[in-house]
Design a binder for this molecule. Structure first.
Ligand code: SAH
Length: 398
């Protein structure tokens, strides 16, 4: 039986929760200690009047999520069925698109349940749980999903080991059919080899699909393309399919070599004609600058934090430096596709970084395009800060 407790919201935060803000933050409530994960919490104002209810679940963003403004709401299977059905309705046309068979079906607070996302991979559903708190509702949520969709199989990632890390377990498989390995999905007609049960990541980040498509359709033709922090090479594959002269992919992780080759191969591209380099990008820049290499397009999509043997990288501290190195190896008239998924600064700040990097490089630029999250990564207008993605296409003029 789930327990319920009352939490008194500090007065300066009443308005925000009354207006539907979903994140239960540490600073808005006095006694958030020693609450058991998954506990139902009622948020009350100073007169002990009910404002909203949700659950307690620690994750990097906060301490839980508001799920309802109705005092007598029960978070049972029916509750989650309604949320999932409305999420599916919002994405109806995605299910009919034969060219894109991988997308997000449920995006946390954007679809009314913070702490949970669900991705669709050609009939398979992948749930990601971001706190032990939301995971305590798993039986109701999985039943609700089963009742709401036709599925081949259901998988899960539990991202609530310390610091929001992936919890290693024997299996991420939950129910239904076991997916083939790899599972082939499509995005904008491009093939991707996906592994649903091979560690924290499946092989593709679904939030960049519009950026990848733009590179393929509008930028790549005849160009030399450098893809830094390339992971499985998704940007390189799109560039190559768009007619790039040659792609170079650089990632530190050993696994990136085989994975990138595989993504090229499943698209009928011979990986031997492309350059795939396993290296720290900062080491690669030194080499490229020394050799006076110049690229027409450089994609930079780093993790928010990364530690390698020689460097610690943090987006908020080091993006300007990173861009300055890239400016040096970008052709005049070339394009830098600069991306960040760091939620703690906004587009304006990101543009300041870009401006600073070009000023300090005594170079000039023009911003041609800006992207944030695609439609399936639904963001609630009560929680705009959830739109973490910022991608800017920057033309280097001189
Ligand atoms: N751009 C990718 C996703 C990047 S994920 C895509 O579109 O799919 C971040 C990647 O950065 C990881 O694969 C990680 O191995 C790599 N990485 C982290 N630090 C690095 C460094 N110093 N040099 C090169 N790669 C790094």
């Amino acid at each position: 039986m789930t327990t319920t407790i009352n939490l008194q919201v500090k007065s300066q935060y009443h308005e925000q929760y009354k207006n539907g803000y979903p994140l239960i933050s540490q600073e808005s409530i006095d006694n958030l200690q020693n609450i058991e994960e998954g506990t139902i919490v009622n948020l009350l104002d100073s007169h002990k009047k009910f404002i909203a209810k949700g659950y307690f679940g620690k994750q990097n963003k906060g301490f839980g999520w508001v799920l309802s403004d109705k005092k007598d709401e029960i978070f049972d299977k029916e509750f989650f069925v309604a949320k999932i059905k409305s999420a599916i309705e919002y994405r109806k046309e995605f299910f009919d698109d034969t060219q894109t068979t991988a997308f997000r079906v449920f995006n946390g607070p954007g679809d009314g349940v913070g702490g949970l996302t669900i991705d669709y991979f050609d009939g398979y559903y992948l749930l990601t749980w971001y706190s032990l708190g939301i995971y305590t509702f798993k039986d109701a949520i999985i039943e609700a999903l089963k009742q709401s969709v036709d599925y081949k199989g259901i998988y899960q990632k539990r991202r609530f080991a310390s610091n929001g890390q992936y919890l290693e377990s024997d299996k991420d498989f939950v129910s239904g059919e076991v997916a083939p390995e790899p599972l082939l999905v499509k995005e904008n007609g491009v093939n991707f080899a996906i592994y649903l049960d091979d560690g924290p990541m499946v092989g593709i980040f679904l939030d960049q699909k519009e950026v990848r498509k733009t590179i393929r359709d509008k930028y790549a033709k005849g160009k030399t393309v450098l893809n830094t922090f390339s992971y499985t090479g998704a940007f390189s594959v799109y560039a190559s399919l768009g007619g790039a002269f040659k792609t170079t992919s650089v990632d530190l992780a050993n696994r990136s070599l085989a994975k990138t080759k595989e993504q090229f191969s499943v698209n009928g591209i011979n990986p031997d004609n492309e350059n795939i380099i396993v290296k720290d990008v900062f080491e690669y820049f030194k080499l490229a600058i020394k050799q006076k290499l110049l690229f027409d397009i450089v994609v930079v999509d780093p993790p928010s934090f990364a530690r390698s043997k020689k460097h610690t990288f943090s987006v908020s501290k080091d993006y300007v430096k990173l861009l300055k190195e890239i400016i040096q190896i970008t052709n005049k008239g070339g394009v830098i596709v600069a991306s960040t998924n760091y939620a703690n600064f906004n587009l304006a700040k990101f543009r300041d970084f870009i401006d600073k990097a070009f000023r300090e490089s005594k170079s000039q630029y023009k911003i041609e395009k800006t992207f944030s999250l695609p439609k399936d990564f639904r963001v609630s207008d009560k929680f705009r800060e959830d739109n973490y993605l910022k991608v800017v296409f920057i033309r280097k003029i001189k």
